[in-house]
Ligand binder design. Structure first.
Ligand code: AMP
Ligand code: MG
Length: 419
């Protein structure tokens, strides 16, 4: 076998992840487009969102009840004169100008609290007596009222550029009148599968051939992470053809290769990249599945020319491809999508059954997270290793096993990466 084309740089998982995060902080999205608010979930803001008026715009009652002067309720029960009724959206000229001592106005949730009143008593603690109401409980000053501007002042920045829009952010945009939003265009992510044995999904595979599944799992992950997948033709395990397709892929904002990064004689991806003057940040991570994962950058071939294009060589075993995308490619894609950087965090669940492991590598093993409410538990899926798509399709998470653990007892807390 020929000597490896590049010096090998194999990093512990956390170090490799931080290397990617460091590079991801150096990239940004520039092109933007305007989208309708309904099409904006999952998109990344390219403009700050600013409050167009105070939030709330008036002192807002949070209860149905009676607007009172809290000092009037020192001795209970107390009878107050009802001088008006204020519903949500009430016109200003129908709201009592002032609530004097001994007075009250009935008020609905979401209605403006009239001047003079400093609290709202819930209707449950009152009893109507004709023109009067008997109040049965006291309230502290300010109770059941959100003061004008307490949530945000007019002109305040509510969301920054780089925020990926979730439903609460969408609601916030709507509440300040933004029916269209300026968002970053999705980065184009080229997917280049390698391998002489790989055939197209519509082809009838020969007895030793297999269908290309990695391009499709990657496309799904790219879409989900905010990118636009660009599927290239499958590359042969032959240097020149491979290099041509890599050059094609480097025209996108990010290139993901799968397969051809292990130690086999026909694993030519690193060699082809080296011929294109790639810089390698790492050529392996101490993880399983996915140990041969490669991360680097090719100079001067970027979509806008000059800046260079980052690439990942993801191991070809289907689960290795999926896991290494999640661990390493995702933060780079998010950076290129304009998203502000974020650290990776894992959730925790109790392991259902004792399990044993080989030490030395951090493992990300397909698992099924179950339980109910606060009682989360997880079990490992029985699988045939990192090529077992059938077992992994049944899983809903990966269980994270530290490299030094030989045995984890039933009931122990383990980290879980959702998928
Ligand atoms: P490699 O990383 O090229 O050594 O491939 C490792 C294993 O993954 C081999 O069994 C390949 O046949 C399989 N594999 C590689 N690429 C794909 C793909 N695109 N779809 C499904 N399996 C693949
Ligand atoms: Mg291969």
């Amino acid at each position: 076998m020929s000597a490896p084309p590049t010096n090998s740089i194999v990093l512990p998982f956390e170090d490799a992840r931080r290397v990617v995060e460091e590079q991801a902080r150096l990239v940004s999205a520039s092109a933007t487009e305007s989208v309708d608010l309904l099409a904006a979930p999952g998109r990344v803001l390219a403009e700050p969102i600013v409050a167009d008026r105070d939030l709330p715009p008036f002192d807002r009652s949070t209860r149905d009840g009676f607007a009172v002067r809290s000092a009037d309720l020192a001795h209970l029960p107390v009878l107050l004169n009802v001088i008006g009724e204020i519903k949500a959206g009430e016109k200003l000229d129908r709201i009592p100008a002032n609530i004097g001592s001994g007075q009250t106005a009935s008020i609905m949730t979401g209605a403006p609290v009239p001047a003079g009143a400093d609290a709202v008593v819930m209707v449950e603690y009152s009893s109507q007596r004709g023109e009067q109401v008997e109040i049965l409980r006291s309230v502290a000053s300010g109770e059941n009222i959100v003061p004008r501007g307490a949530e945000a002042r007019e002109g305040a920045a509510l969301l920054a550029r780089g925020f990926r829009l979730n439903e609460a952010a969408i609601a916030l945009c709507a509440s300040v009148g933004n029916s269209r939003l300026e968002v970053y265009k999705r980065p184009r992510v080229a997917v280049l599968t390698t391998g002489d044995e790989i055939v197209d999904v519509d082809a009838r595979p020969g007895p030793t051939q297999i269908r290309n599944s990695n391009s499709f799992s990657l496309a799904a992950q790219i879409l989900q992470a905010g990118g636009e997948p660009v599927l290239l033709t499958v590359a042969p395990d032959e240097l020149q053809g491979l290099r041509h397709l890599i050059e094609e892929g480097l025209k996108s904002d990010l290139l993901l290769l799968t397969g051809g990064v292990s130690m086999g004689r026909y694993d030519l991806v690193e060699q082809a990249l080296a011929q294109l003057h790639a810089e390698f940040f790492f050529t392996g991570a101490k993880i399983q599945p996915g140990r041969p994962v490669v991360f680097g950058k090719c100079p001067g071939a970027g979509a806008e020319g000059g800046k260079g294009t980052y690439f990942f060589g993801l191991p070809g075993n289907p689960i290795s491809t999926m896991v290494t995308f999640e661990l390493f490619a995702r933060p780079m894609l998010e950076g290129l999508a304009g998203q502000s950087p974020r650290k990776q965090v894992f959730l925790h669940a109790r392991l259902k059954r004792e399990a044993r492991f080989k030490t030395g590598l951090k493992r990300f093993l397909p698992g099924i997270l179950s339980g109910e409410f606060e009682n989360s538990e997880v079990e490992l899926v029985a699988w045939q290793g990192s090529g077992d798509i059938a077992a992994t399709a049944r899983a809903n998470c990966y269980v994270v096993i530290p490299p030094d653990r030989e045995c984890i007892a039933a009931g122990e807390w383990v980290a879980v990466m959702l998928r």
